[in-house]
Ligand binder design. Structure first.
Ligand SMILES: Nc1ncnc2c1ncn2[C@@H]1O[C@H](COP(=O)(O)OP(=O)(O)O)[C@@H](O)[C@H]1O
Ligand SMILES: [Mg+2]
Length: 291
C-alpha cells in the first residue's frame, strides 16, 4: 500500500521533523510505503482532474485546506478530511460546529468580522462582550497554537489593548474557566477511541497549560466522561484522529477547550508511553481494508 504524507514546505523546524520521522518509522513497521511530499511540491492545478499516480491514501499533516480538498476531488481518501481540518484550524468554526450537540464548552463570543486592511476601527462591540462575560476574559486569535495566540484581559484597559495589538486578526472572547487555571488534559483520539492521554499543569502564574507556555506534563488516566466527550467531539467534527484539549469545570465536569486535527503527539507519546503514530498508521490500514 502506498500513501503520501503531506507536510508544509515552509515549516521545517525540529518539532515537525520529529513527527514526520515517527510516521516514517511506523509506516516501515507496517510495510507501508509512505512518501513524504511537501505542499509546495504538488500545487492545486484545476486543469489536472485525474491523478495518474494516485496513492491509496493521503496522511495530511498540514493545514493547507485547499490542497486537502483538491486531493479529495481527485478521489483520494485524505486523513483527516479537508473539512475537519478546516473546522479545527479556526477555533471559532470549531465552537460553531459543536453548538447544539450538547458539548460542554466555555461561553464563547466571536468578534465581528472586519477586513484585513481595515481592522477593528470601532470597539463598541466590546461593550457587548463585557456585558456578557466577567473579567478576566480569555481572548484567542482563531488561528493559533502552542498557547501563543491566547491572551487574558483582567480589565477593560487590557481588553482594549489586546484587541488593538491583534490588528485585524479574527478573534474570540471566552469565559475564563477558573477551576482549570494552568491545567488541562490532552486526549489523543484515533478512530473511536482515546489512545493516549496526558495531564498538563503550569506551576507559574500563567493560565495556559501548554508545554510551550511553561506547562509540565504527566501521564493521566481519563474518566469515562472525559473520554466520551472527546470521542463525541471528534465524531461531530468528522475527524479520524485529533488531540482534544479538555478543561476542568467547577465540579470537575469536562469542558472542551479546543481540538487539534494535527496535534503534535511527541509529548503525549512520551507521557503516556503509547506510540501515537503507530496507532494512526494502524487505524489508516484498518480503515482502508474495511472500505
Ligand atoms: N476558556 C479558558 N479558560 C481557562 N483556561 C483556558 C481557556 N482557554 C484556554 N485555556 C488555557 O490556555 C491553553 C491554550 O488554549 P488553546 O485554546 O488550547 O490554544 P492553543 O491552540 O494555542 O493550544 C489551554 O491549554 C488552557 O490551558
Ligand atoms: Mg491547545
Amino acid at each position: 500500500m502506498e500513501g503520501w504524507l503531506i507536510t508544509n514546505g515552509f515549516l521545517s523546524t525540529q518539532k515537525f521533523q520529529e513527527l514526520y520521522e515517527m510516521f516514517r518509522e511506523s509506516a516501515k513497521k507496517y510495510s507501508l510505503d509512505l512518501k513524504l511530499i511537501k505542499n509546495d511540491e504538488i500545487l492545486v492545478d484545476i486543469a489536472i482532474e485525474e491523478c495518474t499516480m494516485k496513492p491509496d491514501f493521503v496522511l495530511f499533516w498540514d493545514k493547507d485546506i485547499k490542497l486537502a480538498a483538491y486531493l479529495e476531488k481527485l478521489g483520494i481518501r485524505v486523513f483527516n478530511p479537508a473539512r475537519s481540518i478546516e473546522l479545527c484550524d479556526d477555533k471559532s468554526l470549531t465552537h460553531l460546529e459543536l453548538m447544539n450537540h450538547g458539548i460542554n464548552m466555555p461561553r464563547t463570543i466571536f468578534a465581528p468580522m472586519t477586513y484585513t486592511n481595515i481592522g477593528y476601527t470601532n470597539l463598541t462591540f466590546l461593550e457587548l462582550v463585557k456585558s456578557r462575560l466577567e473579567f478576566p476574559i480569555v481572548i484567542k486569535e482563531v488561528f493559533g497554537s502552542f498557547g501563543q495566540q491566547v491572551y487574558m484581559a483582567n480589565d477593560e484597559e487590557e481588553l482594549v489593548n489586546i484587541v488593538r495589538e491583534c490588528g485585524s486578526s479574527k478573534l474570540i472572547f471566552q469565559e475564563f474557566v477558573k477551576s482549570s487555571k494552568g491545567r488541562d488534559i490532552r486526549l489523543q483520539v484515533v478512530g473511536n477511541r482515546v489512545v493516549a492521554s496526558m495531564y498538563r499543569y503550569n506551576d507559574t502564574d500563567d493560565f495556559r497549560a501548554n508545554l510551550s507556555s511553561g506547562g509540565k506534563m504527566k501521564g493521566y488516566t481519563p474518566t469515562k466522561e472525559q473520554e466520551n466527550l472527546a470521542i463525541k467531539t471528534c465524531k461531530i467534527l468528522g475527524l479520524d484522529f485529533a488531540g482534544v484539549d479538555i478543561l476542568f469545570g467547577e465540579d470537575d465536569e469536562p469542558i472542551v477547550c479546543e481540538v487539534n486535527s494535527n496535534a503534535h503527539f511527541k509529548n503525549i507519546t512520551d507521557a503516556s508511553r503509547v506510540n501515537v503514530s503507530d496507532k494512526i498508521i494502524e487505524y489508516i490500514i484498518e480503515e482502508l481494508s474495511v472500505g
